[in-house]
Design a protein around this ligand. Sequence first.
Ligand code: ME8
Length: 663
Amino acid sequence: MPEKKEKYYLTTPIYYTNGLPHIGHTYTTVVCDTIRRFKRMRGYDVVMTTGTDEHGVNVERAAKKAGIPESEFVAKMASEWRALWDELGVAADEFVRTTDIQHVRTVQWLFRLFRENGYVYKGHYTGQYCIYDNAFVNDAKPGDNCPDCGRPTETVTEENYFFKLSAFQKPLLDFYKKNPDFIQPETRKNEVVTFVEGGLKDLSITRTTLRWGIPVPGEEPHVFYVWFDALTAYLSAVGGPDYEKRGYWPADLHVVGKDIIRFHTVYWPAFLMAAVLPLPMQVWAHGWFLMDAAKMSKSKGNVVLPRPIVNMLGMDALRYFLLREVVFGQDGNFSYDALVTRYNSDLANGLGNLASRTVALIEKNFAGKIPKPGPRQPQDDALAKEAQAAIGEVLERYDKMEFARALETIWSVIGAADKYLTAEQPWALGSSEADQARKATILWTAAELLRVVVALANPVLPATAAKVWILFGQAGSLDSFELDGLRWGQLAPGAQLGKAQTLFPRVDKAEAIERIESMANEELNPKPAAPAPAAAPPAAGTVAAASAPAATTPEKIGIEDFSKVEMRVGQVKTAERIVGADKLLKLTVDIGTEVRQICAGIAQFYEPESLIGRKVVVVVNLAPRKLRGVESNGMIVAASVGPDGRPVLAGFLEDVEVGARLK
Ligand code: ME8
């Protein structure tokens, strides 16, 4: 019988759906995903919950602005959030939406428990309310701005159900004392304790001025206050009233930003105490990612979006940067410059270069098989010792949430290996038996070091680590590899290397930043949508002739409409792949009067070299546009074949002059 795994439950905040995720949300979520992967690799049965906070005035207003019902609006937003987490390799086990029926039942159940236990009463409240933070602002006067976000407050009077928060001052202070690790980091704990010691006012937990919320059963038009609603999602994700059956509650860890620490360390434990439910073990409140020294927010227009970065540099590059750049807990500044610098130095030149050098040398000298090491020299042992020591150190750092330091340790081992190869110069050794044996020792050492390094880096860089793992012929998924069993020396000679690949192509900093910014700009200011096409859209930058007749007969056009499209014969001069855009090729095409740059979505079907000199049909009078941040001035015509819409370039059987017009 396998030993029963210990359960571990962690959560991200349940994010608002009135906007799309930016780097701040990405940060918290990537941190949680890293912890989740790390705990899995240490044998825990982990559940990670993330989700969307879908009620409240903000959503009501955003849906109205979009001209669609709230339920449709939040469904769309929730799927956008989910999609982004997929693109970032975030493998949450539970995605809770506060409009889920299971969640609604949990909120109503919790309220019933409050009532049964005597912790709610009806009253009136008039005060200033911040609709952006969904919170009443104590001590504010009409016309005052919210002290947290600086935006105007609104005066609200309503009949509410109040939660007797004041009754929990002493129990909370006792709880903090008995559980000194509950609030992390220490500085935040002091803030919270001081706040609670200052006295707690009862909290209104229902609203009548709001329509879009969970109804209080039998008390309509009362709906629940969004924070009571959202916090409860942590419990509803793992069974709600039946939480004992699933066995994950209480949560081991809630990771949040410092902006919402009070909700998590004062209200939430008080709610659970009132319902006589177990309290979470720990709340970790990290700092903010700042942009130009200010907290990012869409209304300030200083948000950094994750997707353009992922498109340009890959998801692991973003994950690495977020965790490496700031000390977890503290504020940090976000800059594209620092991002690309780290990408080139730590990933392209560091890990990427070490892996490609090692693989190339093993291929050349040992026919792509991990060599059997020969006699060792002191410098081999020194490197082995450093890597072995790093294993324990990195595990300890992850455990203490010191992600930046864990990565620093891993990268110092990579740096040591780089120096080792440069000093040992395996490429300069000859083919004598002694030289071959020396080469074998050096290359086995480098390969073993890479195996250890990627096993340790896997929680942060899962895509890259998996590639290197396979590259060095390792069996099984790295995700289920047990980190506690990791030791120097386990790399078995004889394993066949996988196909070499560039892990992190170097990028030109200015060009990369321009491309990221241009993609972000497109995402933040989308062009009005064109009317929906009758068939599936063609691959980017190509015009496709549909492979099957359209289901409905398209409207006929006159010759004058057709003549508006200017198509000419072009000849491809250069063709290259675009880093970060798997489907696109960047071409320069001679169209007779000039040479144009055109992007075409054909990279998965045509090798760039095969296109040089080829004559193609180009739509030349199309307005220029940017695809993945690269300017495209024209379109290449292709047929779209088969269910996947494989592009097949249009061409000519006879020789045609470049620049000739198609009529
Ligand atoms: O507050 N830097 O949702 P939210 C770092 N729905 N982290 C940041 C950040 C930044 N600049 N900006 C946002 C809510 N975050 C509620 C939560 S939970 C029961 C309900 C992260 O969409 C950080 O984790 O405003 C912060 O606490 C959270 O996003 C706020 O997300």
